[in-house]
Design a protein. Structure first.
Length: 368
């Protein structure tokens, strides 16, 4: 039996168990697509796809308001797709087209391969109680030591938007102390080293299943043309919730997904230099005061590589004091000399969803 037919059948059967019964698959491999963001036509983030490609609405979303409206499906590895949902009561499978990513390589002196420098576009979105609280995007340079030291970064141009009403609501319910990552978390280890604690199982497709403690936690997926590799992992084990407490805030993390795309399929030799994009997503509920209970809370971070190069340790030491280490640091105001956001399409970076883009400068005000 055709393996593609089997994968679509699995997706369809899995969708029957989901109330929404909506599944997303790769148009070429027909494999399910995990960690795909779903936005309402108003720009509100309303859900994600799980590891089986099935749409899972965020807690608190009124599903009755979803029918007959346009949604936007967005993923770092696929072309953005607008869909009008006529109903949630039948099986639906939508195909997403892979997004091509091309980064020009540069010739470097072998002696200088000590620090990786990745320059690119980032964006960060924070939602609280199903409303956008914070959005930032810009151009950033990551400096990643290959031998010793932690990755650091330098923001070059960036914008910060806040919805003041949501911020006030958040502070009244949660206090101002709980912070999320404001920029993507980088790792300087090779991919093979990070896979040591996971068991790999190949079912004959171009997707290798990753398991931890006998439970499937992610994938390694080769593109159909064999030129790219995607590493997907959910750091919250299936059917579990990670509970934490910080500054009187109780957090229940339901999902902590990382996706990394590489311009290489040689797993044993992949380093951060091969990186093309990163997606990091936290889906949780948080509570500080019992009268409000647990409220939905999400954080999204993305990074798209535009340029990459190596520098020597000597060069790095000369600029290290001007770099930032904490990914939780929030600048006080926007700072940019170019309108970089107008040129995202030229680099084949997914555009900001239309509804969210409209809210920037409206309900979400630019911090200047």
């Amino acid at each position: 039996m055709n393996i593609k037919f089997i994968m679509i059948s699995i997706c369809l059967l899995a969708s029957i168990w989901s109330r929404a019964q909506i599944c997303f698959v790769d148009s070429e491999s027909k494999l399910p697509i995990p960690a795909l963001n779903i936005y309402h036509e108003t720009g509100t983030l309303i859900g994600f796809t799980d590891k089986n490609g099935n749409l899972q609405f965020l807690e608190g979303v009124d599903k009755n308001s979803i029918s007959s409206v346009k949604i936007t499906a967005q993923h770092i590895s696929y072309t953005t797709k607008d869909i009008t949902l006529s109903t949630l009561d039948k099986q639906q499978v939508y195909k997403m087209t892979p997004r091509a990513t091309v980064i020009e390589d540069i010739v470097v002196n072998a002696k200088s391969k000590e620090i990786i420098v990745l320059k690119g576009y980032y964006r960060s979105l924070e939602t609280f109680n199903l409303q956008h609280k914070y959005f930032s995007d810009g151009i950033v340079e990551f400096y990643i030591p290959l031998v010793k030291g932690k990755p650091k970064y330098k923001l070059i141009d960036y914008r910060i938007f806040l919805d003041s009403a949501v911020v006030v609501d958040y502070d009244s319910k949660m206090g101002p102390f709980f912070q999320i990552p404001r920029i993507t978390e980088m790792d300087n280890e090779t991919l093979s080293n990070r896979l040591v604690e996971l068991t790999q199982e190949n079912n004959g497709t171009n997707r290798v299943h990753l398991k931890k403690d006998g439970k499937e936690v992610g994938y390694l997926t080769k593109s159909t043309d064999g030129g790219n590799l995607q590493f997907y992992i959910d750091k919250v084990l299936p059917d579990t919730v990670v509970k934490e407490k910080l500054f009187r805030i109780e957090a229940r993390t339901l999902q902590k997904v990382h996706i990394e795309n590489y311009a290489s399929t040689m797993v044993d030799h992949i380093t951060p230099f091969d990186l093309t994009s990163i997606y990091q997503n936290i889906v949780a509920t948080i509570k500080r005061k019992s009268e409000y209970g647990h409220l939905p809370y999400e954080a999204l971070n993305e990074f798209y590589v535009l340029e990459r190069r190596y520098i020597s340790s000597k060069e790095y030491k000369s600029i290290e004091k001007n770099l930032t280490k904490s990914i939780y640091k929030t600048p006080n105001k926007s700072s940019y000399s170019t309108r970089y956001w107008e040129y995202l399409g030229m680099s084949d970076i997914p555009a900001i969803p239309t509804g969210l883009k409209v809210s920037l400068g409206d309900s979400m005000r630019l911090v200047e």
